[in-house]
Design a protein around this ligand. Structure first.
Ligand SMILES: Cc1ncc(COP(=O)(O)O)c(C=O)c1O
Length: 485
């Protein structure tokens, strides 16, 4: 701090102090989440009164640059990146159901995302250090020593009751009142969604999805012979209800498949009142909604948003989720609350895998029942908010001017829009050679509209991986220039 000039004769001395701190934040000397000098320390170093520093800090707070944390001091506040432009309003006639063909590319990307020793900004897997692994290991060890009264398949088609009770108990937090018998345990969220599609659609049917949408969901539609109708999706408020209304009124849409809270890759969140409006509209047309809420718990601030299922009066919403993002991706424990489709889902489940493994279900049930889940969630939400903000900030610093980054309010992925001339697939291949994975925009749509976009996993952001964002920025600049010459 020594090199900050002292100008005590200034009338608005506090403004000078505030300007100096703001400049240092701008220059990146203080990053998001960093503690800035205490009031006393700065007053001593600058030779100004405590009141002057307090006034300076208040003005920085008013500008949204810093925040006071009780009994801790002042910290640089999360800066909301400018965000992505809203999609163009799409004339209804351009909404065409499409055959899907992302499967090969998506599988290749999946494989490459598993290569050890790389910086994995590709697959949207959680930070292993933010999973309660040792606690789960202890629970598993205890469970495995218990008498083998549960080693038969009896009564577990719907999943173990202990876990269904836990899911039901928490459902009021997102606006539902589920009973244990409303829920079936699945092998991850992906099986839940897959069962939902199979129960509501048959090959050749059209399913409305967000654009962009998580590539594995597109793959699933492809595998089931379904057609995708991409609905324009706002980067912050989610799927366009006007476009959805138009589509349903003019096309034969068999079902909708939306990630209502923190869509992957946009991080968009459909506000609760719009979810209610959407559910009422779908109910009026008898169109089921398969709702993927895998990221719902991972909000950065405020409160848990409701799910669309909270407004479901006709049993038409099939709510799907899992513990893959917050407890363990490898346990493969998810669930579905399928409303009026429960019998059909039970039948499909029985003929596909009878039931998921019991031990991981019991371990997660015990983890949830034992308390501490809310504390765990608070910890990881804060960590992912911080990682996401830092990585967005770094992208804006190191990528060419004009790059736009999403501004998610939850989850742990960023969606990056680069210059039109950048081919994300080429960037993906070149990044792999540098030891960095990412997901090119090509696989998030059936059309080629996101070829200059990439998705990055912010869970893997740390001081050790920061270099990789710089390298990607250099790559983006090279690819931008390559096409321009
Ligand atoms: C939106 C969405 N749905 C489903 C999944 C897969 O969930 P699971 O691993 O629980 O099957 C993911 C994983 O990234 C996802 O982002």
């Amino acid at each position: 701090m020594e090199n900050i000039a002292v100008q005590p004769e200034q009338d608005f001395l506090y403004e000078q102090v505030a300007d100096d701190i703001a400049t240092m934040i701008e220059a990146g000397s203080f990053r998001f989440g960093d503690r800035i000098p205490s009031v006393r320390e700065l007053s001593r170093k600058r030779g100004v009164s405590i009141t002057t520093v307090m006034q300076a800090y208040r003005s920085l707070e008013d500008k949204g640059l810093i925040e006071a944390r009780p009994q801790s001091g002042y910290y640089v506040r999360l800066r909301k990146p400018p965000g992505l432009p809203a999609p163009d309003p799409v004339p209804g006639s351009t909404l065409n159901p499409a055959e899907i063909s992302v499967e090969k590319l998506a599988i290749q990307i999946f494989r490459e995302n598993l290569i050890p020793g790389m910086v994995h900004f590709g697959a949207a897997t959680p930070d292993p250090d933010l999973l309660p692994t040792s606690r789960l290991n202890r629970i598993l060890a205890t469970l495995s020593r218990k008498p083998d009264y549960r080693h038969s398949l009896c009564g577990i088609i719907d999943g173990c009751e202990e876990l269904r009770v836990q899911v039901a108990q928490r459902s009021f937090q997102y606006g539902c009142r589920l009973a244990p018998e409303d829920i079936l345990i699945t092998s991850g969220c992906i099986e839940a969604v897959s069962l939902g599609l199979r129960a509501t659609c048959k090959p050749g049917d059209t399913v409305a999805i967000e654009s962009p949408t998580y590539f594995n969901l597109l793959q699933m539609l492809e595998a089931q012979g379904l057609r995708a109708l991409e609905i324009p999706t706002h980067p912050e408020t989610g799927v366009s209800l006007d476009a959805l209304r138009f589509a349903i009124e003019h096309q034969s849409v068999r079902a909708c498949l939306f990630v209502t809270n923190f869509n992957n890759p946009l991080g968009s969140l459909i506000p609760d009142e719009r979810k209610e409006e959407m559910v009422a509209f779908l109910a009026a047309h008898d169109v089921p909604l398969i709702e993927d809420d895998i990221n719902g718990e991972l909000y950065f601030s405020g409160e848990r948003s409701n799910v669309a299922k909270a407004y479901d009066k006709k049993g038409l919403v099939l709510l799907c989720s899992s513990y893959s993002k917050d407890i363990s991706p490898s346990y493969r424990v998810g669930w579905i609350a399928p409303g009026r489709y429960k019998d059909e889902i039970e039948r499909l489940k029985l003929v596909s895998n009878i039931a998921p493994s019991l031990l991981p279900q019991l371990a997660i049930a015990e983890f949830l029942a034992g308390g501490g889940y809310d504390h765990h969630l608070r910890r990881i939400r804060k960590a992912y908010a911080q990682k996401t903000a830092c990585m967005a900030d770094s992208i804006l610093r190191h990528f060419p001017p004009g790059t736009c980054v999403s501004s998610p309010q939850g989850g742990f992925v960023l969606w990056v829009q680069m210059a039109e001339s950048v081919d994300a697939l080429e960037m993906y291949s070149r990044a792999l050679k540098l030891g960095i994975t990412l997901v090119p925009g090509h696989v998030f749509s059936t059309s080629n509209q996101y070829r200059n976009y990439i998705r990055l996993n912010t869970a893997q952001w740390s001081d050790k991986t920061a270099w990789a964002v710089q390298r990607l920025g250099v790559l983006a600049a090279q690819l931008e220039n390559k096409r321009q010459v």
